[in-house]
Design a binder for this molecule. Structure first.
Ligand SMILES: CC(C)(COP(=O)(O)OP(=O)(O)OC[C@H]1O[C@@H](n2cnc3c(N)ncnc32)[C@H](O)[C@@H]1OP(=O)(O)O)[C@@H](O)C(=O)NCCC(=O)NCCS
Length: 158
């Protein structure tokens, strides 16, 4: 069964281990990246758990100010290979988008050639709005995508 567990600074080794299984070395989150995410207590850095085993990570940086509303950045979503293509990332994303629906929008960057991730985000309502050339290295371009929530649910920044 799918559930989620918040992580703490003490979990950095386990988080880095998931990174190693899911991403090429040049784009893995480092210890420093996680330490800086942990500095803001409002950020979300959760293990994706399946039958009590940590099988992935979801990370969200919150309180990005945009005009009069807040936005959230989905900084990481990864499922270890043994558990991929079972619909677990989609279920996870739907749950977290629901949790974040009081933000004006959620945005993310994804490598253009990461078809599986791009398709997942599109299925969950994200739209491509910008391309950043060479963001992940030479000829590795990023798509910036965002999902905007209905304004009625949104909490204003004041
Ligand atoms: C991208 C990732 C999170 C997807 O996780 P997942 O659990 O395998 O995805 P799901 O099983 O929930 O599938 C979600 C959607 O992806 C698509 N998908 C699934 N398997 C696919 C495949 N083999 N080829 C292409 N698309 C596929 C489908 O559209 C699927 O939706 P559907 O089940 O409604 O048809 C996972 O592959 C991963 O961790 N990759 C490495 C890290 C990464 O690239 N993260 C994204 C960073 S931006």
């Amino acid at each position: 069964m799918l559930n989620f567990k918040s992580s703490t600074l003490e979990d950095i080794t386990a988080l880095l281990n998931i990174e190693k299984h899911c991403f090429p070395i040049e784009i893995q989150f480092t210890k420093e990246t996680y330490m800086s995410l942990f500095k803001n207590k409002d950020n979300i850095i959760d293990f994706i758990m399946y039958n009590d085993e940590a099988i992935g990570v979801v990370a969200v940086a919150v309180r990005k100010y945009t005009g009069i509303f807040f936005a959230a950045r989905l900084c990481n979503l990864a499922i270890i290979p043994e558990y991929q293509s079972k619909g677990l990332a989609k279920q996870t994303l739907e749950i977290y988008l629901n949790r974040l629906s009081h933000f004006h929008h959620v945005f993310l960057e994804v490598e253009m050639n990461n078809e599986k991730a791009v398709r997942l985000y599109e299925k969950c309502g994200f739209k491509h709005y910008k391309t950043i050339k060479n963001y992940y290295g030479l000829n590795k371009h990023a798509l910036k995508m965002k999902k905007v929530f209905p304004v009625l649910n949104v909490i204003r920044a004041n």
